[in-house]
Write a protein of this length. Structure first.
Length: 277
């Protein structure tokens, strides 16, 4: 399980924004039709196998609406669940539980979806190959999405543009690959340097320079295998581009150290959950 912790302060702030989006300007006009104080107990159920992630977001959704609501977790964060497993129970006023239902499920579905898809990739590679996310995240949700990747057994790439130097194809097209690498080395100041190459000629121009990682982008398996063999003795190696559940094993078999996958954050299917009264 991930050692990546999200603070309660951060979680509550994100939940407040989501609730405001759902309840502005006049609240839940339908749930407000319930005029009694009836207390109900509902089950939060997974409709499919998944890795559970985002329980604290779901809990605080209900607690911020009504602090008297009792949210009891039945499956731990990061645990594997089966179809029809009860994830949690929620007890409190019917009106307030119904107000928070969709926001809570939206958080849980999305975060669990990322953790689940990441884990599918992780299971297909050997332990020496890390599955990494990228900066292809939903704006303002990057920290949450990277948290979910960690829960799924993946590894986080840089969080922002100042975390490390990552010299990519458009940087190279705007300048010269060797010049950029040398300037990055000069200005390193403890930061990691990764250089993307899309052909072996680019690799040959920079081999031996003192940077950290070679990122092989959109290479066929034969070329990638050759590139990894050349670079392995000098650098950490990484592959990216057109990675999916069918191609991942062949990519990992080249001996690459890391595989970065944008789709595990930008286009994962949500996990299906329901509240059952």
């Amino acid at each position: 399980m991930s050692k990546f912790k999200l603070s309660t302060y951060y979680i509550k702030n994100k939940v407040k924004l989501a609730l405001n989006e759902d309840l502005y300007p006049d609240g839940d006009i339908t749930s407000n039709l319930i005029k009694n104080d009836k207390s109900i107990k509902v089950k939060l159920i997974s409709n499919q196998p998944a890795i559970i992630a985002g329980l604290e977001f779901a809990k605080h959704t209900f607690k911020l609406i009504d602090n008297k609501i009792k949210f009891t977790i039945k499956k731990k964060e990061g645990s594997i669940v089966k179809k029809n497993d009860v994830i949690a129970t929620i007890q409190g006023k019917a009106e307030n539980i119904l107000i928070g239902e969709r926001v809570a499920l939206n958080f849980l579905s999305h975060i669990s979806g990322i953790a689940t898809k990441t884990n599918q990739f992780v299971k297909l590679v050997n332990k020496n190959c890390k599955i990494c996310c990228t900066r292809k995240t939903i704006p303002t949700l990057r920290i949450i999405q990277k948290y979910a990747v960690k829960l799924g057994g993946g590894t986080n790439h840089r969080f922002n543009l100042s975390d490390e130097f990552l010299i990519k194809d458009n940087h190279i097209a705007s300048s010269d690959i060797k010049t950029l690498v040398l300037l990055a080395i000069k200005n390193k100041k403890g930061r990691k340097i990764t250089v993307e190459v899309d052909n072996l000629n680019q690799l040959k121009k920079i081999i031996g320079l003192k940077f950290d990682t070679v990122l092989f982008d959109n290479m066929n398996i034969k070329t990638l295998k050759t590139g990894v063999k050349i670079a392995k003795k000098y650098y950490e190696t990484e592959a990216s581009g057109n990675v999916n559940l069918k191609s991942i094993k062949k990519i990992a078999a080249t001996g690459v150290d890391r595989i970065s996958i944008g789709s595990i954050t930008h286009s994962v299917p949500a996990v299906d959950f329901k509240l059952e009264i």
